[in-house]
Design a binder for this molecule. Structure first.
Ligand SMILES: [Mg+2]
Length: 345
């Protein structure tokens, strides 16, 4: 791992042991303002003033989800926190607490694990102040594996689901579209050695040259506060964009039984990965037109309009994502063969 230029073999997870390593990691983790009983017992106790809590979990595994040649351990701690905070925010809730389970190779230097904890701390401080880590587990595995569970407070509001988008609502996004995918494309293209393997030196150089897309991919900054702002403003549906706008917008279209008609000129201006690029963790929400007229909350920018679900040749409504009124397939291509007979809205 690239942070440890001269790793000390006496200071690895194997040599130090899990308990001693934990004793060094835990004090670095961010504290949660919702903690009634913190680390030290078998489980933590959290306040849930609302009588409900939002809960979500996400796993990151070396290989399919990240490469240690490209991500520092600080990046990984940051991203593991940020992606989970984003799912809580997407429900319109304020993130309150995280629990983290980490399994790392025994050869991992303990300072790397400390850097991971620092990444979680820095992400919580920057994106969701007051949210912290209230518990977790550390184990040894040949494959670096990170599992984070996040909790959130609805503060008395109804959760914002994917099913509430209504005809005439304005579709808006807070955060970039396709920037993380641009970063990943750069890494696969130029963050590699002569054999095509991920390379730490090449990645570090790339990051200095293209800080925005690389940071969006390796240490994203989802607009967490905009989740509660959207809920307060009356958002009718919301999710975070993890798999690309075309796929994620389709989830809202299906759950709500509507068409989501996106503005092609705005998408084109956002760049080549705007429709298909994953991992931006931007928030997409729908707002009643009256709300949009008064000004969208936070960093939300309008990108389209909710319309009636298009009708197919047999007269069945087919919830779909459209661009300028034309259906888009799940890979984000404008489908030239799609023929919608009744394009309402
Ligand atoms: Mg999500």
């Amino acid at each position: 791992m690239r942070d440890a230029s001269t790793p000390d073999p006496r200071d690895t997870l194997d040599a130090v042991g899990e308990l001693a390593a934990l004793a060094r990691i835990i004090p670095r983790l961010p504290e949660s303002a919702a903690t009634l009983l913190g680390p030290g017992d078998d489980a933590a106790v959290l306040a849930a003033a609302d009588g409900r809590y939002v809960v979500t979990t996400d796993m990151m595994i070396h290989g399919p989800d990240f490469r240690t040649a490209w991500s520092t351990m600080h990046d990984l701690g940051w991203k593991a926190a940020a992606t989970n905070l984003s799912d809580v925010a997407a429900m319109g809730a304020r993130p309150t607490a995280l629990v983290v389970a980490l399994a790392a190779p025994g050869s991992t230097p303990v300072p790397e694990l400390e850097a991971f904890a620092d990444g979680m701390r820095d992400a919580c401080a920057a994106l969701a102040p007051g949210c912290g880590v209230v518990g977790g587990d550390l184990s040894v595995s040949s494959v670096l594996t990170i599992a984070v569970t996040a909790f959130g407070d609805l503060e008395g509001r109804a959760p914002v689901t994917r099913s509430g988008a209504g005809e005439g609502d304005v579709i808006a996004v807070s955060g970039p579209l396709g920037l993380a995918a641009e970063g990943l494309a750069l890494l696969f293209e130029r963050g590699v050695d002569a054999t095509g393997a991920p390379d730490a030196t090449a990645a570090a150089r790339l990051r200095a040259e293209h800080p925005e897309p690389l940071s969006a991919q390796l240490a994203p900054r989802p607009p967490i506060a905009d989740g509660t702002l959207a809920a307060r403003a009356g958002a009718t549906a919301m999710l975070d964009l993890s798999d690309g706008l075309a796929l994620d917008a389709r989830r809202v279209a299906r759950a709500s039984g509507v068409g989501l008609d996106l503005d092609g000129a705005l998408l084109a201006a956002a760049g080549p990965h705007a429709l298909t690029g994953g991992e931006d963790h931007s928030l997409m929400a729908t707002f009643p037109a009256a709300v949009a007229e008064q000004g969208l909350p936070g960093g939300f920018v309008a990108i389209g309009r909710v319309v009636a679900a298009p009708v197919d040749a047999e007269g069945r409504a087919v919830p779909a994502v459209l661009v300028d009124g034309r259906a888009v397939d799940e890979r984000g291509g404008w489908d030239p063969f799609a023929e919608w007979s009744g394009q309402a809205g």
